[in-house]
Design a protein around this ligand. Structure first.
Ligand SMILES: [Ca+2]
Ligand SMILES: [Ca+2]
Length: 215
């Protein structure tokens, strides 16, 4: 299964679980905010923020009680509270009943200490960080090539049932290929329409993405 591992926990935190920056230009996916990496063996390793969250949960705090406490803590010991890192410096955010309340915007990672870059006024997980490579190489969208490979793999997995249907419905090979291509293209269009913000930094139009993945 692809990540995030435990997306529902994100509803208990102030910030939208977006991306934060690594010094090499990559980003770290905050959907796995409490874990060391993406799904797989790395995901079972909690970072210090994840450990604090887990300890509060194990201590019996309800979902809406966790953030006010977690917010005041400085899990990664970088002199900024979890609230400051996740865009709620006054710890004013509260979990809402409907799950549609306004979220804050994270400025940095509450589980890893960053360096502040005066020239860009942004925080980066430093290349000097001992877990730097571990963090930044476990990305869904680390590179266009990786992204395309993963999309193609996932699409093919998801579309097996459709391919079976196309094969059964197509007497000629050319008909089967056409149906399969149209099905994959349709899925890519839906992805691009709904999640385009995830791939906008590639600066690649949908038409090229379709060609690159399906050719
Ligand atoms: Ca901190
Ligand atoms: Ca931090």
């Amino acid at each position: 299964m692809e990540c995030p591992c435990y997306p529902t926990f994100g509803n208990n935190l102030a910030a939208d679980l977006a991306l934060v920056n690594c010094e090499n230009g990559n980003s770290f996916d905050l959907r796995n905010i409490g874990h060391g990496g993406m799904c797989g063996k790395e995901s079972r390793v909690h970072n210090d923020f994840g450990l604090d969250y887990k300890n509060l949960k194990d201590a019996g705090y309800a979902a809406d009680e966790i953030w006010p406490i977690l917010c005041e803590m400085d899990s990664d010991n970088d002199n900024r509270t979890n609230g400051e890192e996740l865009g709620d410096p006054n710890c004013a955010w509260r979990k809402c009943e409907t799950g549609t309340c306004t979220k804050t915007t994270a400025v940095s990672h509450p589980g890893y200490e960053e360096v502040y870059d005066n020239t860009t006024s942004e925080y980066y997980i430093s290349e000097d960080h001992p877990d730097y490579n571990f963090i930044c190489e476990n990305l869904i969208i680390a590179s266009l090539q990786t992204f395309l490979f993963r999309v193609a793999t996932s699409l093919h997995r998801l579309l097996i049932s459709q391919l079976i249907r196309y094969a059964r419905a197509s007497t000629k090979y050319t008909d089967f290929v056409l149906r399969a291509r149209l099905g994959l293209t349709s899925s890519l269009r839906k992805f691009y329409g709904r999640y385009g913000e995830l791939v906008i930094h590639y600066d690649v139009p949908l038409s090229r993405m379709v060609d690159d993945i399906l050719s």
